[in-house]
Design a protein around this ligand. Structure first.
Ligand SMILES: Nc1ncnc2c1ncn2[C@@H]1O[C@H](COP(=O)(O)OP(=O)(O)OP(=O)(O)O)[C@@H](O)[C@H]1O
Length: 242
């Protein structure tokens, strides 16, 4: 089987800092992959390079066999790479429905009819359990529901690869259980790449784990392999992440 996504020698500098340093990475179709690592390890920079939110200093990104290095984020969305927008991009004074519909209207210019857009938005809201809140203002949703709204915004783009950046941060335990079920459901039709700090979530959800440290991949493996890896435990010592 061919990987859905690969990176080769992917690097990104910020001034003198090499935030992502020559990363070779491969993701198989249908996988749920968790990216973990201490604060400042380069996780967000790495997934931002994959999504096209930022561009690399060197190296390449290949999606489904095509070199997508240099393509802007919206062009990658059209190919099937969606990144969940941080909560700051939820428009509090727009309806839940419009928050999901707008990214679709902005990025997918594949001649979809209004009805098809509408159906896609409703499906995404149903899958995330927000269908009975479509007309509420997004700002009236609870924090947990706003985080689900971000996922709905990504899902409505019908991604083949859905990238989630710390999706469970700030959720209550009961919300986290529902979230785990949601991601398993999403993974039936898409590949999922998530940055996650909540270790029980990572251990329950991930098929494989990639551990970043100082801009590089320190280790990669199944949850069992990563749990038993003393190098990984050492990398976390002295860091303050919860
Ligand atoms: N836009 C930027 N300008 C300058 N430095 C940056 C920028 N973005 C990230 N960095 C630096 O790059 C390094 C990696 O940051 P990044 O956010 O990718 O780490 P992370 O693993 O996602 O950390 P966290 O778990 O805290 O979110 C850090 O030292 C950070 O300060």
């Amino acid at each position: 089987m061919m990987p859905l996504l690969t990176t080769k020698g992917l690097s990104r500098n910020f001034g003198g800092l090499r935030a992502v340093d020559s990363v070779d990475f491969a993701l198989m179709p249908g996988e749920i992959r968790a990216v973990i690592g201490p604060n400042g390890a380069g996780k967000t920079t790495f997934v931002s390079l994959v999504s096209g939110r930022i561009q690399p200093s060197s190296g390449m990104v290949v999606f489904d066999g095509a070199d997508i290095t240099g393509l802007p984020a919206y062009a990658r969305v059209r190919l099937g790479v969606a990144y969940t927008f941080q909560i700051t991009s939820v428009f509090a004074n727009l309806s839940v429905y419009d928050n999901v519909a707008l990214p679709v209207q902005r990025t997918l210019t594949d001649g979809r009819s209004k009805g098809a857009v509408q159906a896609g938005v409703i499906t995404a809201l149903e899958r995330t359990g927000l269908a009975d809140r479509t007309h509420m203002l997004a700002g009236q949703l609870s924090y947990g529901h706003q985080r689900l709204l971000e996922v709905a915004m990504g899902l409505a783009l019908k991604p083949r690869l859905l990238i989630l950046d710390e999706p469970t941060q700030g959720l209550a335990d009961s919300e986290i259980d529902n979230f785990i079920e949601l991601v398993r459901e999403i993974a039936k039709s898409a590949t999922v790449l998530l940055i996650e700090h909540n270790m029980p979530v990572v251990m329950q959800l991930a098929d494989r784990i990639t551990v970043f440290n100082a801009g590089r991949i320190l280790a990669e493996g199944t949850p069992e392999q990563i749990r038993a890896n003393t190098e990984v435990q050492d990398a976390y010592l002295g860091t303050t992440h919860g």
